[in-house]
Design a protein. Structure first.
Length: 165
């Protein structure tokens, strides 16, 4: 099963995706303060999608564009090595929208009694959904309304950003 685009990645997954050794990613963390993966028990690193995007950009600047570490540090400090603001906003908005779609689908499944456990690492929750956890029709409609409002807001945000450019 393939991970969602918004899922956190382990260091081995990021190293494979970027085609660099794991020790290079750890070295880049020491050189680029913007790279801050979550660290869990035992020092395990979990990279957010925005961390992976930044690492991809750093890799491109170093390997494809021929910048030095100091050069990339300067670009990032000046904000020129990052993705354009509109692209960052689009990624953030799509991420939020995808999360809302997942929540909405989960709420609908719970309301109809067809809830399946969410995929997780570690201990799995009980597959039986307690009656108290089921959403009534009113709550489900509220969630759907919020989702529609957010989709409209995303559309308006994109229109505004396009008009500014």
């Amino acid at each position: 099963m393939e991970k969602s685009a918004q899922a956190f990645r382990t260091i081995s997954e990021v190293a494979t995706e970027l085609d660099v050794p794991q020790h290079v990613l750890r070295f880049w963390e020491s050189k680029f303060s913007q790279v801050r993966p979550l660290k869990r028990g035992g020092g395990r690193r979990y990279y957010r999608p925005e961390d992976v995007d930044l690492l991809r950009r750093i890799r491109s600047l170093l390997y494809d564009d021929g910048y030095t570490i100091k050069g990339v540090q300067r670009l990032l400090k000046e904000g020129r090595g990052r993705l354009p603001q509109q692209q960052r906003l689009d990624i953030a908005a799509e991420s939020a929208l995808e999360s809302l779609r997942i929540v909405s689908a989960r709420a609908e499944a719970m309301a109809t009694g067809n809830a399946r456990p969410l995929p997780r690492t570690g201990p799995q929750p009980s597959t039986a959904t307690p009656r108290a956890a089921m959403l009534d029709l009113h709550k489900r409609r509220e969630i759907e309304t919020v989702l529609e409002d957010l989709e409209q807001a995303l559309s308006q945000l994109r229109t505004t950003l396009k008009a500014q450019n």
